[in-house]
Ligand binder design. Sequence first.
Ligand code: FAS
Ligand code: PHB
Length: 392
Amino acid sequence: MKTQVAIIGGGPAGLLLAELLHRHGISSVVLERQTREHVLSRIRAGILEQTTVDVLREAGLATRMDAEGHEHDGMRIAWAGRDDFFIDCAKYQGKRFMAYGQVQIQEDLFAAADARGATVLTEALDVTPHEMTGERPFVTFHHNGDDVRLDCDYIAGCDGFHGVSRKSIPATVLREFEKAYPFGWLGILSRTPPLTDVTYVNHPRGFALASQRTAMLSRYYIQVPLEDRIEDWSDDRFWGELTRRFPPEMARRIVTGPSIEKSIAPLRSFVVEPMRHGRLFLCGDAAHIVPPTGAKGINLAVSDVYYLSRALAAFYRDGSASLLDGYSAMALRRVWSSERTSWYLTNLLHRFPTSSEFDQRAQESELDYLKGSVHAQAALAEQYAGMPFESA
Ligand code: FAS
Ligand code: PHB
């Protein structure tokens, strides 16, 4: 097989990159390890920055999002014993964010790929990049019982944190930055009407979050100790704990119901530098992980593939490699900005088991400052709604 860009991974990064490249007339092949059903079964992100919405709209991939998604002017923060306040992204930054699930985005991307007869190979096993630093890279894999070689000009590693791409780069080349948080998020999905606003809560019992997917699909999270297991949490126990953490007048508005999905994920920050090795480029979770507090995960995957598709288009259009050479530094500036925002919100809104009384007072003072300062709220609004892309 031969293509211009071999894409390892068929998650949001890989499938969106294939669509953006196609719009620039660049051929690609997507190699996904799992079945399509497995990829679509993963319940993950739900908040899209303005730049992500713009990329999907400009690529003609937003019809369903615009019909079923829900745009928000901002998000709400509440904390124990105090009234809540609204971070108004529309007022401070003229930007809104979209509540629309990653599962729906994945469905839309698969549909776009099918509509154009794209080559998306699922159940592609033992995918292995070769000759990344040479002039003729290629990828090998097993598919439908055959051993296959895919020759290409470039390889995009869009295979997530546990993928093969990052691990194919010599450890001597990479620098890894990591921070583990002493708690996880227990998340559920329920066929219930959501609260109006995406609402973050800091409570002495821990963090809680109310979000949404559609008018009849709610997503809720609570902070839990790392050692908790999903079998420790019945639906009743979850709803009881969630409503204890919300201010009473909000808790009364939470409609409970059976969970249709329930999972616990640990919180972690991770970045690898550089995001390029020869003709291999890393995108999305293959290169970085953010704690979900800032709702940045999928949005960083989108910004990476936006930058990479723009760089590859410039190369194939006029032979200019400058954007390719600048890809890693440009992507990492946005990655570190989102890592810092996610780290800030995680520290602001969670209760840390090792916090001293001083730490607690400082956290409450930060919340007081944020509640009372239009400048602080404007700064958070700018970061939460998403910074503009850097120009080429
Ligand atoms: P993905 O991991 O989504 O996709 C990588 C793909 O590569 C997968 O389909 C995988 O099967 C495939 N793959 C892996 N190894 C391979 C190999 N060797 N060969 C071929 N294919 C291979 N983000 C938010 O913004 N908000 C959230 O609330 C949120 N919640 C999350 C909850 C969980 C449990 C997890 C794990 C992540 C969450 N995220 C959240 C982050 C998530 O949305 C990611 O940022 C997003 O999926 C990144 O997309 P990709 O980079 O495409 O990686
Ligand atoms: C979600 O809707 O899943 C969601 C919303 C906000 C976050 C994280 C996740 O910060």
